[in-house]
Design a binder for this molecule. Structure first.
Ligand SMILES: [Zn+2]
Length: 265
């Protein structure tokens, strides 16, 4: 990018941020959010029903039960914390659902509206309620922190460089929102090919996910232990979860540091 374009990009980003700035719950980080909750929710729900219509729901009743119990316990702990701290508005647009689908893939994802899907293959690693809570908390955190909206907004801001300011607001509506969503959450029949989040988003989701585990009474030390376990098994599987959630010693160290400095809830 040339110097001139960089300046335009910076001015545009600052301008947009001034009108459409959000604050991430728990971390207080300010973020650019150009899309409304309702836009994101409707795109998410559409994508979710397309995905579920071609997916096979797991017949492993015990595993399905464990997954739904973990999700429900974490959501209710989160909601009661948010309600008692006057932060329930940060959960607006989220309607949680937990699904286990038949597939050997080691994978899980969450759509920005709170629809969380685990593939059976990930249960080889997430084989206790605490480990399930690690994955669940991390995925919930992406939704709570509005990482999908932020990623689409950043991409949208980049796309707008060079476009007249009068077109800025119009350009983010309709088909643009749809195509930005599809790039980030391309859930076709191929199932769960979600663009990896940035490192910043991954670390933030690890931290917030661990906080939710704590609120719900799970063992937060299971979080770094889970990523170690994933790391060790990564060569033996088609581990799609690791391709979107790269695990390494830096990530595990950051999580351990987040545990040491965790506020008391
Ligand atoms: Zn993630």
């Amino acid at each position: 990018m040339g110097k001139h374009l960089k300046t335009i990009a910076a001015i545009l980003t600052i301008t947009l941020a001034a009108v459409s700035c959000g604050v991430v719950s728990f971390t207080g980080r300010r973020q650019l959010l150009l899309f409304s909750d309702s836009e994101i929710t409707s795109l998410s729900n559409q994508s979710y029903s397309e995905f579920m219509s071609s997916a096979k729901v797991s017949t492993d009743a015990a595993a399905v039960k464990m997954l739904k119990e973990t999700g429900t316990r974490m959501v209710s702990a989160l909601e009661s914390y948010m309600n008692s701290h006057n932060m329930s508005s940060s959960l607006s647009g989220l309607s949680w659902e937990f699904q286990l689908v038949e597939s050997e893939q080691v994978n899980a994802f969450c759509l920005p509206s709170g629809k969380i899907v685990f593939y059976e293959g990930i249960l080889k690693y997430a084989d206790t309620p605490d480990y399930i809570a690690v994955v669940m908390g991390h995925e919930m955190a992406h939704a709570i922190a509005r990482h999908g909206n932020e990623r689409m907004s950043q991409q949208s801001a980049l796309n707008l460089i060079g476009i007249a300011a009068s077109e800025v607001i119009g350009a983010r509506k309709g088909s643009t929102a749809q195509s930005l969503f599809d790039i980030g959450f391309g859930l076709g029949t191929q199932a769960g090919i979600i663009l990896p989040y940035s490192r910043k988003h991954e670390y933030e989701a690890d931290k917030i996910g661990m906080y939710i585990m704590d609120l719900a009474g799970y063992d937060i030390n299971a979080a770094p232990a889970f990523w170690e376990k994933m790391n060790q098994g990564k060569s033996s599987d088609s581990n799609d979860f690791l391709s979107t959630h790269p695990s390494d010693s830096k990530r595990i160290k950051a999580l351990q540091e987040a545990i040491r400095t965790k506020p008391a809830f």
